[in-house]
Design a protein. Sequence first.
Length: 220
Amino acid sequence: MAKRRSKGEGTIFQRKDGLWRAAIVLPDGQRRVKTSKSQKVVRDWLQAQRQSVHDQVWTSNDRLTVGEFLAHYLTDIAAATVRPRTLEGYAWLIKKHIEPVLGDIRLTGLTPQRVQAFYTDRLQKGLSPNTVLHIHNILHRTLEQAVRWSLVPRNVTDLVDAPKPRQFERTTWSAEEARRYLEVARTHRLYALYVLALYTGMRQGELLGLQYEDIDWGTK
């Protein structure tokens, strides 16, 4: 009885029509094939597949595109793990910037060089470094999921240089300027809020989120 080949070993044979075919069964049970007129082409392909299994960097789907995976990520992962407004931001940046440029590339064919060129192109087209950095963070997060699902062997965004966030110099009022502002705003209906903002340094979201129970009425 012929010995049955194990997963990851693969075979090469010539079909009746003269074409050569290589076939391999991946560790997850998926069968992958390569057909060519050249025996060397299929032999080299099979060797690469065997090596990827040996190195444990094989992928379960080499036809999935970047655009298809990003759509899956938004629906299956982000929708359940991020806030609705964050999800809207992800979807907009993907649709506006990522998908038109990278969407048709196979996920397994995305390279660090291609991603780096994409960032440079976005910057040259007028996007701010902060926006491109946000795009980078989205790509990095989605590709991390692709690695965990064995769709790609590595996260290529780990190998690119992301733009540095632009730092803005903040200007603050002097004590005299703050005093004059409160004098002018004394009759405004939000005067108490302005006083609280100036004396505590709380951000807008923190101020607007205050409830009566947050006040310690026993402390003057």
